[in-house]
Design a protein around this ligand. Structure first.
Ligand SMILES: NC(=O)c1ccc[n+]([C@@H]2O[C@H](COP(=O)([O-])OP(=O)(O)OC[C@H]3O[C@@H](n4cnc5c(N)ncnc54)[C@H](O)[C@@H]3O)[C@@H](O)[C@H]2O)c1
Length: 319
């Protein structure tokens, strides 16, 4: 019994009702921890965590991280933040507040409880990169005043806060820079490329490609990413990150569209629209540091990941 208490940690996940957060909650529950899921349901939904609601080791709290929170926890995963341009540009001031005030509040909580704290940062901190692939030492090429800045600069400022709390207050921090991730529980209409293409293909609608489709992206399947989160949280205290987490396999947007059409057996055709402002032309993680510090690399191929994701959207659309 004592061993069980000693091993069972009280883990808080902010943004726990979202795509990544709910998958992380599943993993933490499966690993035998007590999970406190905190969310304001801006983009997340109870459907993502409905199956956990009866579990005595799972607790759901409606709360906005821009306000302070007083709870007792051992570890914090700070994921709360809208992640797709449609959602983070809906109320850009609130997006910056969520990243910056949210980070301050969660870091304050970590300081008081002496909890270890993880930050879901993003490849967007590299902006439209002038270096390819991006290593953690690259400082980025970011527009501070454009329509994407609320997200990019908000996340950059959150990283600053994490490292200042680490230097100034000796907090144990873990910063992951997440690259494009996809899988079940992604929001169906958030404009992210994988969900967009799958939904359009399943509905037999034209698949929209912005630009000529030659821009590249790398896509990581959610289970691979969650494994990286868990490993990063488990590293010794001197491993703070930032650590790139993503799949270095690179595909053009057009290749992705063609693969989705083929795997869904869809009759959708491709249509082309102008590229949005500040849309990066190329993005690929260099994951050498993750390989070295976490002994991690993704092992789920795009084909396998899509084969697990397509049925999720199929079921959602037929509801
Ligand atoms: N999915 C990706 O490819 C990706 C890539 C880079 C970074 N990230 C980061 O990972 C995290 C999770 O992303 P996701 O893809 O699961 O997005 P998501 O939109 O599905 O999840 C975000 C969650 O945060 C909640 N939230 C938003 N503002 C909040 C607030 N003020 N207080 C409390 N909860 C709030 C939302 O309701 C939602 O449940 C985000 O911080 C995002 O920036 C994701």
């Amino acid at each position: 019994m004592l061993t069980e208490y000693a091993l069972r940690k009280r883990v808080m996940v902010t943004g726990g009702a979202g795509f990544l957060g709910s998958n992380l909650c599943d993993r933490l529950i499966a690993d035998g921890h007590d999970v406190l899921c905190v969310d304001n349901f801006f983009t997340g939904t109870k459907d993502n965590i409905r199956h956990l609601l009866d579990n005595p080791h799972f607790e759901l709290m409606r709360h906005d991280v821009t306000f302070p929170l007083y709870v007792e926890v051992d570890e914090i995963y700070n994921l709360a933040c809208p992640a797709s341009p449609i959602h983070y540009q809906f109320d850009p001031v609130q997006t910056t507040k969520t990243s910056v005030h949210g980070a301050i509040n969660m870091l304050g909580l970590a300081k008081r409880t002496k909890a270890k704290i993880f930050q879901a940062s993003t490849s967007e901190v590299y902006g439209d990169p002038a270096v390819h692939p991006q290593t953690e030492g690259y400082w980025g090429h970011v527009n501070p005043i454009g329509p994407r800045s609320c997200y990019d600069e908000g996340k950059r400022c959150a990283e600053t806060l994490f490292f200042d709390y680490h230097r100034q207050h000796k907090l144990r921090i873990k910063v992951a820079r997440i690259f494009n991730t996809y899988g079940p529980r992604m929001h169906p209409n958030d404009g992210r490329v994988v969900s967009n293409f799958i939904v359009q293909a399943l509905k037999g609608e034209p698949i929209t490609i912005y630009g000529d489709g030659s821009q590249t992206r790398s896509f990581c399947y959610v289970d691979d990413l969650i494994e990286a989160f868990i490993r990063l949280m488990g590293t010794p205290d001197d491993v703070t990150g930032p650590v790139n987490t993503g799949n270095p396999g690179e595909f053009t947007i057009k290749q992705l569209a063609e693969k989705v059409i083929q795997m869904t057996g869809s009759s959708s055709r491709l249509i082309y629209e102008p590229l949005p402002t500040d849309d990066p032309t190329q993005r690929q993680p260099d994951i050498s540091l993750a390989r070295e510090k976490l002994g991690w690399e993704p092992d789920i191929t795009l084909e396998t990941g899509l084969a697990r994701t397509i049925p999720y959207f199929d079921a959602l659309l037929s509801k």
